[in-house]
Design a protein around this ligand. Sequence first.
Ligand SMILES: Cc1cc2nc3c(=O)[nH]c(=O)nc-3n(C[C@H](O)[C@H](O)[C@H](O)COP(=O)(O)OP(=O)(O)OC[C@H]3O[C@@H](n4cnc5c(N)ncnc54)[C@H](O)[C@@H]3O)c2cc1C
Length: 309
Amino acid sequence: MTDTIVIAELNKGKVHPTTGELVVAAGMMGNSCTVIVPCSDSSVADSISSTSGIDKIIVAKSDIFSSYDASGWCSAIDSISPNGIIITSASPQSKDLAARLAARRKISVVQDVVAIENGNLTSPIYSGKAMQTVSLNGDAVISIRQNVFDSAPQGGSPEVSVMDASGNVTTAVKELISRASERLDVSEANIIISGGRGMGSPENFSHLEKIADTLGAAVGASRAAVDTWDDIPHSMQVGQTGKTVNPNLYIAVGISGAIQHLAGMRSSKYIVAINKDPDAPIFQHADYGIVASWEEALPVLQSSLSAMM
Ligand SMILES: Cc1cc2nc3c(=O)[nH]c(=O)nc-3n(C[C@H](O)[C@H](O)[C@H](O)COP(=O)(O)OP(=O)(O)OC[C@H]3O[C@@H](n4cnc5c(N)ncnc54)[C@H](O)[C@@H]3O)c2cc1C
């Protein structure tokens, strides 16, 4: 029987909850499920050691897993992963890893999968304008969008083994110095409030930050906002040339809804748009729309949320 190998999603040295969704996706492929946990400290894997649906956990231990490095991670994981269908998250880092693993093994890669039915995989193409369904006729690497599948429940007792994955690695990143920011990244958030050029100035993003703090959300931006204002970093950009996000709730404020922005957020579970132009294209994709300026709408939203929370 072919194995399905899940590469656990790591975030700040911990197994990210989306790993449970990858296990459910692996179950839909109908094979036995092995989870590889890339880590420098094997206790990291404890958090998934009783997840249901996992047959085997391989704790891949190596210092190189303390910071992401595409080449080192790819060669280390390739050296210990059995053959089979490999499943990763569709985070920017894991999509990179997925493509590299597929190239290394000379097998297909299917990115951003949002549905699995009878072994057929569905994913968005052409910036989300169309969906494609493909079937596999061999091993492949598949990346799965976050928040699409349910998470695996507790109740399993998989076999756990620890392997040294340092063997084949010739280069490794020793330290990663990230830009100091206390804010949640859009790719990690379940709720995102994003601002566009309609916010008028980067200072006005403080209104979005206040709401984000109330909701435990991340703050995102359109490319027009990022390109116009130096104070809005590229890391906040959502869209075709920014980050692809799939939160439960996406609030777009002063964003027109250009196709390139939609490409990064249209599969969000609920979309709320605040825009003063009733004809803004974003309203065609929003579950809830508020036709108003943000100056009118945000204070009302802020006070209602503060009263509720
Ligand atoms: C190759 C390529 C890649 C691209 N990649 C991306 C990408 O990754 N992400 C991305 O976002 N874009 C991307 N773009 C740019 C995209 O085409 C749009 O230009 C951009 O998304 C527009 O951003 P915006 O909606 O913030 O600005 P605008 O189009 O200027 O829209 C501003 C909106 O704010 C509203 N508004 C104005 N004032 C207020 C107010 N006071 N209150 C409420 N609403 C107000 C207006 O009615 C308008 O709808 C890309 C473009 C190209 C060509």
